[in-house]
Design a protein around this ligand. Structure first.
Ligand SMILES: [Zn+2]
Length: 256
């Protein structure tokens, strides 16, 4: 299995990162996309990736990093991408959950990262919260030039299909295991399997039976299990399909 979205560098893992990695091995989670979201975490991700074989690094600027300095921030990110191996740009995107005061800065920071993804032919990891329409419209401007993943997707099945048309994969995380997550379960059941990825977004959003606790990459097995059970398919089959999709999208063959 591949956890396509992990923040195992979070300080909540600092005392047991080796055990967490061991549990990944035991659960057959043999690749983990380690996702940066700020200048500081982008560097941290590189440190972890050089230390642990399991990790595949990304670099990006989360919408919460958006400020009037977006131009300087984008220049710094581009310099970073040129100097380091990264498998994707992100996470980046739009987040209106805490208000819309800096909507213009968010859009500029996002647009700049879309342009970098085109320039460097890298997939995008999209964070989208309470901003489906604006995210869709911005991405649509670059239709035909972009590809990537809608991370921890929580929108409708219909919109998921629109994002797929724009070149994106749909990644499901812990919430698909929650009893009340009707739409996520509908997506798990009906989405084109060639476009499905799995993730944890750890340390957040732990799946059942760990809901509310610290999440970790090995728990991606519960996401795979839930999708398999919803589709009435073998665990092994969903594992293979989602792993193949991730290797293809992020071009992970070079370290197979
Ligand atoms: Zn994340």
């Amino acid at each position: 299995m591949i956890d396509t979205h992990s923040h195992l560098f979070d300080e909540s893992f600092q005392n047991d990162i080796d055990e967490c990695i061991q549990r990944c091995r035991l659960a057959h989670v043999n690749k983990v996309l380690l996702v940066g979201f700020s200048h500081q975490t982008n560097s941290l991700v590189q440190e972890y990736a050089s230390k642990y074989e399991l990790f595949y690094p990304t670099a990006g600027l989360h919408p919460s990093e958006a400020s009037l300095n977006y131009k300087l921030d984008l220049d710094r990110l581009e310099k970073f991408i040129k100097e380091h191996k990264v498998y994707a740009i992100g996470e980046c995107g739009l987040d209106y959950h805490y208000g819309k005061e800096n909507i213009e800065e968010q859009k500029r920071l996002f647009r700049g990262q879309i342009e970098l993804s085109i320039k460097y032919k890298l997939p995008l990891i999209i964070h989208m919260r309470d901003a489906t329409q604006d995210t869709y419209e911005l991405l649509k401007e670059f239709s035909g030039q972009i590809f990537g993943v809608m991370h921890c997707y929580s929108g409708s099945l219909e919109m998921a299909r629109e994002f797929i048309k724009l070149g994106f994969y749909i990644s499901l995380g812990g919430p698909v295991t929650f009893k009340n997550a009707k739409e996520s379960k509908r997506i798990a059941e009906q989405i084109d399997l060639d476009r499905l990825l799995v993730e944890t977004d750890c340390p957040y959003l732990a799946p059942t039976p760990y809901r509310g606790q610290r999440n970790e990459s090995s728990y991606v097995q519960y996401v795979v299990q839930e999708i398999a059970s919803i589709r009435n398919m073998d665990f092994k089959r969903i594992e293979e399909i989602t792993e193949k999709n991730a290797v293809k999208l992020f071009k992970m063959e070079d370290r197979l």
